[in-house]
Design a binder for this molecule. Structure first.
Ligand SMILES: [Zn+2]
Ligand SMILES: [Zn+2]
Length: 451
C-alpha cells in the first residue's frame, strides 16, 4: 500500500529545505561544531608557535627564518609550497576538487621597536641595520598573531577537507610595514604562476576590540596614504632688509594655512581625508632670510578621486601663492610624491556580507561588530587593484584582553596601540575566534554555488 504524505507535512518539509538552502553551510550541517573543536584542539601548539615567533621577530625584507618556518608549516599541512615569491614571500596551494579559488594572506614582518611589555616571552632581539647600530625588533603590529591564526585556519581547513571543494591559496607576505611586499608578490606572478583567486581574505589584529570579536566594514576600511615633499623657493637676503627679498618662510606659512582649506572647502564633506604638514624646515640663523623651505606632508583618503583632487589642490595652492608673492616662473614650488603610495583597502561589500553571515552564525551577532573605517594604512588593498579584479576583504581581529578592555571603557584610557612597545594581544581568545570565524567563512564561500 502506498503511503500518502499529508499535504501539511510535505509543505513544511519543502519550506525547511528551502530555508536551509539559503543558510550558511556552517549552520546547515554541524561543520561549525567541527571547526570549533579543531580550533580548540590546536590552541596549545599554536601558543608555542606564537611565543616563538614573538621572541624571534624579523624586520621588513629580512624575514628569512620566518618565511622558512611558514613554508615548512605549509608543507606539513600538505600544501604545494613555493618560496622566494617577491623576496621572502611564500605561496602554498591546496587543490581539493572543483570549486572557487580562495586566497588567505598573512604578513610576516616586525618593527624597529624596543619591547616593554614585560611578558615572559618578550623580544630581546636587536639587529644591525642601516638605521643605526643595534636596532631593537618587536612584533608590535601583531603579525606574529596573524601568522599563527593563518596557520591555525589552514590546519582546520586541511583537517576538514571532506567538507569543502575548491582551491586554497595561502600566502605569507613579507615587507607589509614598508608597504612593498604585496606589490613584490604580485609582480613576481602571484596571479599568473598560481591559481587566480576569486576572493582574498585577511585579518589585522585590533587593539581596540576585545578578543572574541571581529570588526568589519563593507567598503574602504583602511585609508590610502601617500607622502608629498614640497620645496618652496624664495629670494633670500638679510633679515634686516626684508623688502629686498621674497621670503619663503612667510610664503610657506601662507601655503600651509591655505592647505587647511583643501579638506574643509574643496573635498565633499561626506568623503573623509587628511592633509597634514608634518615637517617644515627652512633657514639657518635669526637674521638671514633663506632661499628655500622644505615641507613634508602625509595624505590620507578613501577613494582615488579624493586623492587626485588633493594632489591637484596641493600644486595649485602652492603655485598660486608663489605667483602672488611675485616669484618668477623658474622659482615656482616643486612638489614630488615619493613612490610609497598605498591605496585604500577597499573591501568588497558582497564578500563582507557573505563572510559576516558565516561569522555571526559561529560567534553570535553581538561578536561581529561593524566598525568605522580607520585612517591607518595596510598594503593588502593592492591585491584587489590589479586587472584580475580579485574581490578582497580585510577584517579586524579583536585582540584586547576583555577585562582590560572593560576597564579602559570605564576609565576612558586608551589601551596600547598598534606599533606601541606595550602592545600585547590576548592570545587564546583571539586565536580561537580568528580561526573559527575565518575557517567557517572560507568553508561557506567554497560551498556556495558560484563565486
Ligand atoms: Zn604595522
Ligand atoms: Zn600590521
Amino acid at each position: 500500500m502506498k503511503r500518502l504524505i499529508p499535504a501539511t507535512l510535505l509543505l513544511s518539509f519543502l519550506l525547511a529545505t528551502a530555508v536551509s538552502g539559503q543558510k550558511t553551510a556552517t549552520s546547515g550541517q554541524d561543520i561549525g561544531g567541527l571547526i570549533k573543536k579543531e580550533a580548540a584542539s590546536s590552541v596549545a601548539t599554536a601558543e608555542v608557535m606564537y611565543r616563538d615567533l614573538h621572541q624571534n621577530p624579523e624586520l621588513s625584507l629580512m624575514e628569512f627564518k620566518t618565511a622558512a618556518r611558514m613554508a615548512e608549516a605549509l608543507a606539513r599541512l600538505g600544501f604545494e609550497v613555493t618560496t622566494g615569491v617577491g623576496g621572502n614571500g611564500v605561496v602554498g596551494v591546496l587543490r581539493n576538487g572543483k570549486g572557487p579559488v580562495i586566497m588567505l594572506r598573512t604578513d610576516m614582518d616586525a618593527l624597529p621597536v624596543r619591547e616593554t611589555t614585560g611578558l615572559p616571552f618578550a623580544s630581546t632581539v636587536t639587529v644591525q641595520t642601516p638605521l643605526g647600530p643595534e636596532t631593537p625588533v618587536m612584533h608590535a603590529c601583531g603579525h606574529d598573531l596573524h601568522m599563527t591564526v593563518w596557520h591555525g585556519t589552514l590546519k582546520t581547513l586541511a583537517a576538514l577537507k571532506g567538507k569543502w571543494k575548491g582551491t586554497l591559496v595561502a600566502i605569507a607576505q613579507p615587507a607589509e610595514e614598508v608597504s612593498g611586499g604585496s606589490d613584490m608578490m604580485i609582480a613576481d606572478g602571484l596571479y599568473s604562476r598560481f591559481p587566480k583567486p576569486d576572493y582574498a581574505l585577511c585579518y589585522h589584529v585590533s587593539p581596540d576590540l576585545p578578543a572574541g570579536t571581529i570588526g568589519y566594514f563593507p567598503g574602504a576600511i583602511f585609508a590610502g596614504v601617500n607622502s608629498a615633499d614640497i620645496k618652496v623657493f624664495g629670494i633670500g637676503g638679510h633679515g634686516a632688509m626684508p623688502h629686498k627679498t621674497i621670503d619663503p618662510v612667510v610664503l610657506s606659512a601662507k601655503i600651509i594655512l591655505d592647505y587647511q582649506t583643501i579638506v574643509s572647502r574643496e573635498i565633499n564633506p561626506v568623503y573623509p581625508a587628511v592633509v597634514t604638514v608634518g615637517s617644515v624646515h627652512g633657514g639657518t640663523k635669526h637674521n638671514i632670510i633663506p632661499g628655500e623651505v622644505e615641507m613634508k606632508l602625509t595624505l590620507r583618503f578613501f577613494s582615488d578621486d579624493v586623492y587626485s583632487r588633493i594632489r591637484e589642490a596641493l600644486t595649485r595652492i602652492a603655485n598660486g601663492n608663489a605667483m602672488a608673492a611675485g616669484l618668477p616662473q623658474e622659482l615656482m614650488p616643486v612638489i614630488t610624491f615619493p613612490d610609497d603610495f598605498t591605496p585604500p583597502v577597499e573591501n568588497d561589500p558582497g564578500l563582507v556580507g557573505m563572510a559576516t553571515e558565516s561569522m555571526e552564525t559561529l560567534l553570535g551577532k553581538e561578536n561581529v561588530i561593524r566598525v568605522d573605517p580607520s585612517t591607518v594604512a595596510e598594503d593588502f588593498g593592492k591585491y584587489g587593484r590589479t586587472d584580475e579584479k580579485v574581490k578582497i576583504a580585510l577584517f579586524w581581529l579583536g585582540g584586547a584582553n576583555r577585562a582590560k578592555y572593560d576597564e579602559s571603557v570605564i576609565t576612558g584610557t586608551d589601551l596600547p596601540a598598534l606599533h606601541s612597545s606595550n602592545f600585547a594581544p590576548d592570545f587564546i581568545p583571539a586565536y580561537t575566534t580568528g580561526v573559527t570565524a575565518m575557517s567557517g567563512t572560507i568553508i561557506d564561500l567554497f560551498n556556495r554555488k558560484e563565486p
